[in-house]
Design a protein around this ligand. Structure first.
Ligand SMILES: NC(=O)C1=CN([C@@H]2O[C@H](COP(=O)(O)OP(=O)(O)OC[C@H]3O[C@@H](n4cnc5c(N)ncnc54)[C@H](O)[C@@H]3O)[C@@H](O)[C@H]2O)C=CC1
Ligand SMILES: O=C(O)[C@@H]1CCC=N1
Length: 258
């Protein structure tokens, strides 16, 4: 597949690298205005350009990884050059209706919500599309399956997916950072504390994904009666651990919905 990514920033680069590393038989072009910091992508066989239209006519799909306020400028520049080409947007808060409106209803459109772990083949990319564009959308679903998981969801949940699946990366990292800081306080050097905290989270996630059980069933296996785990967990909950996460996630969602 020929993939044209407009917006070579944090997300655009992680998708480009993910495709280069984890998906076969693709050609990737990434554009942004100042390309000095992403020239290194050419080492992975990725074409880099400051011209949004470079290679665009050969593309099978144009992926937008730009900020919401950059969309109109980019569409004014590219749409006339790519009639009928599939446009996949990772722009947060940009609904399929608005995407169709901005493209005059004449382009197949797909909404994708990856996260930056795409670069490591571990994104949770939620995808939605209008039924009329299913045929054009399915190869994009396949592509993102190579970069992790790619559930097709109802569009009304796309903002929620942005929070849970994309912002979620930052929440998980903050948990790891806090564990690391606690690890230092209880005796480890920072590198060792980070390595233990990160691997522990990876292990917990792997168990959940493979066993497909409720987290509490696994927690039961860790919490020895009168042991040290349950007292720590309860202290965290007394201090609002779950509640603070839930409130944070709901606040993020309010920000997207405006
Ligand atoms: N960073 C993340 O983890 C995620 C971001 N998103 C969404 O992806 C979009 C991009 O986010 P980030 O990558 O974090 O932002 P970013 O600021 O790192 O990347 C945007 C890139 O677009 C480039 N750009 C700006 N105007 C341009 C133009 N006219 N033509 C070509 N390139 C242009 C900028 O130079 C920049 O490199 C946003 O809409 C964001 O909500 C969605 C999921 C995850
Ligand atoms: O923080 C943001 O607005 C973007 C959307 C999801 C992740 N980053």
């Amino acid at each position: 597949m020929k993939v044209h990514i407009i917006g070579g920033g944090n997300l655009g680069v992680s998708i480009a690298l993910g495709i280069a590393k984890f998906s076969k038989n693709n050609q990737v072009t990434v554009t942004r205005r100042n390309i000095a910091s992403i020239q290194y992508l050419s080492e992975y066989g990725i074409t880099v350009s400051s011209d949004n239209k470079h290679n665009i006519q050969e593309a099978d799909v144009v992926i937008l990884t730009i900020k919401p306020y950059q969309v109109d400028t980019v569409f004014a520049e590219i749409l006339s050059a790519i009639p009928g080409k599939t446009i996949a947007s990772a722009v947060s808060g940009l609904s399929l209706d608005v995407l169709q409106e901005k493209t005059n209803g004449t382009f197949p459109v797909v909404r994708i919500m990856p996260n930056i772990a795409a670069q490591f083949g571990e994104s949770a990319t939620c995808i939605s599309f209008p039924e009329k564009d299913r045929e054009k959308a399915l190869p994009i679903v396949d592509l993102f399956q190579d970069l992790g998981t790619a559930p097709v969801i109802d569009e009304k949940l796309m903002d929620a997916a942005t929070v849970l699946g994309a912002c979620g990366t930052a929440y998980a990292l903050r948990y790891i950072r806090a564990s690391m800081q606690a690890g230092i306080e209880i005796g480890f050097d920072s590198q060792t504390a980070l390595a233990i905290a990160a691997q522990t989270v990876k292990g917990a996630a792997k168990m959940l994904l493979e066993e497909k059980v409720h987290p509490e069933q696994l927690i039961d296996r860790v919490t020895t009666p009168q042991g040290c785990t349950i007292v720590g967990l309860n202290e965290m909950e007394h201090n609002g651990f779950s509640s603070s996460l839930i409130k944070g996630i709901k606040t993020s969602l309010k920000q997207i919905k405006g």
